[in-house]
Design a protein. Sequence first.
Length: 261
Amino acid sequence: MDILTKIVTDKRVEVNLRKQLIPITQLEQSILFKRETISLAKKLQDSSTGIIAEHKRRSPSKQVINHNLNVYDVARGYENAGVCGMSVLTDGKYFGGSLDDLLTARSSCNLPLLRKEFIIDEYQILEAKAYGADVILLIAAILTKNEIKQFSELAKQLRLDVLLEVHNEEELHKSIMPSIDMLGVNNRNLKTFEVSLDTSKQLSELIPNDFVKVSESGISSVEAIQILQPYGYKGFLIGENFMKTDNPGESATQFIKDLQL
């Protein structure tokens, strides 16, 4: 069983349990459920740097990245650095995240927040809204075309942006629909964990211009962004590069300064 299949199997059990603990009516009554969301897609379109900075404690490929930082400081640091948005991992078992991390980030900054999660159920989209997210991630590799349509349309009803992640041409073709705002190309092969920017280059010309193009994984240098910008990419999700330092906010500040030189 590859890691993605394993994560999804565990996620189904987890979501079924969460549904029993917190009914949908309770999610809909949360204070944050009614808040006006901030569009990450618009921010990326208007930006010259397009950095989406992540809060991630660990991952299946890298194990521990950083367990010493609190979300509040990371979120404030990223906002001060001038990033376009912040991605918050909410998966507990494999990434050490939680929905509380999303809540803390929401109370710490005014950035558009992406709930980075393995979404396999509409319930998780309602959770994202209730806990202060502005954007959800949908992963084409784990969803059918009908699920992508169903989930992205629900997100639009909740005024959430949708970032749809693909790894190859086949996934891209089943994902192109009007309810998607951003198409993210993941440069990491989820079976081997190898990373190559060629994936973003090859898929760029197949992505219609109606979508904001985002490149994900393996972006650890200013050069990587400069290579991908001519291919039409407006967003760059940076996961481990800032988090592996003692001060992600300072790292992001320096990175953006170097990018603007």
